[in-house]
Design a protein around this ligand. Structure first.
Ligand code: ZN
Length: 257
């Protein structure tokens, strides 16, 4: 169920049966010569929607722009400052908590978001811990990266081995090809497997990784592999979401229903 396609009475009725919501978080950044700028947002969104279908969970709007300062030397990339992403995440979570949502399950599509989302959770918890007057309703946030869902690593290894790399990976490109077959791109990749290494800012990144890829051969992506990766990621995350929802105490906000 997508929040955007519900009415407010439907959301009110959903809250009588569940206090959980899924939030997809991606990025808008270069993914090499064949990967789409929207790769991380597309992956997070389609997988989150799949988990929503599998579990009956409500899925909120995709945060399609993330913390991608290191990609800014490539055309089309957009970044939020870490502080902006933290503020956006906090506002979304706190808005939904006003209505009674208590469990926020973030499905992330971009490694560069991890530190910032984690800091965002701390910011959200800190505001509640420091609320004037003390106790406020309890909420819980959880971050899951789709590529760490149960079964995904094994499948990626089987499909791509060392050619997976860490940016513009054939697995993320494959998922976008499955999601958006009309936008499959082809271009020469030289060398086929991109260099590996570290980076700091955008200039350093482009110097070390001239075509934008890190350690990956994006040309190995196929929509068929993308479908398999999607199905495994959805199954793994759906199980994790349900287990997490069932764990811990719920309904301690004192709100009705
Ligand atoms: Zn990516």
């Amino acid at each position: 169920m997508l929040l955007h396609l519900q009415t407010w009475p439907e959301v009110e009725s959903y809250l009588r049966t569940s206090r959980g919501v899924i939030i997809p978080i991606g990025s808008t950044e270069q993914h090499g010569p064949v990967g789409l700028i929207g790769t991380d947002a597309i992956c997070a969104e389609i997988i989150a929607h799949g988990v929503g279908e599998a579990t009956g969970a409500l899925v909120g709007p995709t945060i399609a722009v993330g913390m991608a300062q290191h990609h800014m030397a490539f055309a089309g990339s957009i970044t939020l400052r870490p502080s902006t992403l933290i503020a956006m995440l906090r506002d979304i979570v706190e808005s939904l908590s006003v209505h009674g949502f208590e469990k926020f399950y973030c499905i992330n599509g971009h490694g560069g978001n991890i530190a910032t989302i984690t800091a965002g959770f701390s910011e959200i918890y800190a505001a509640r811990s420091m609320a004037p007057g003390g106790w406020v309703g309890q909420i819980r946030c959880r971050l899951r990266n789709w590529w760490e869902a149960a079964g995904v690593r094994d499948l990626v290894k089987e499909l791509y081995g060392d050619a997976e790399g860490s940016h513009a990976t054939p697995s993320e490109v494959a998922i976008t090809q499955f999601a958006r077959p009309e936008a499959i791109k082809r271009a020469p990749l030289d060398p086929p497997i991109a260099p590996r290494g570290d980076f700091t800012d955008a200039t350093d990144y482009r110097r070390n990784f001239p075509d934008g890829r890190i350690g990956a051969n994006s040309a190995l992506a196929t929509p068929e592999a993308g479908r398999r990766l999607y199905e495994v990621a959805v199954a793994g995350l759906a199980k994790d979401y349900q287990n997490w929802l069932a764990s811990g105490e719920m309904g301690r906000t004192g709100r009705p229903g």
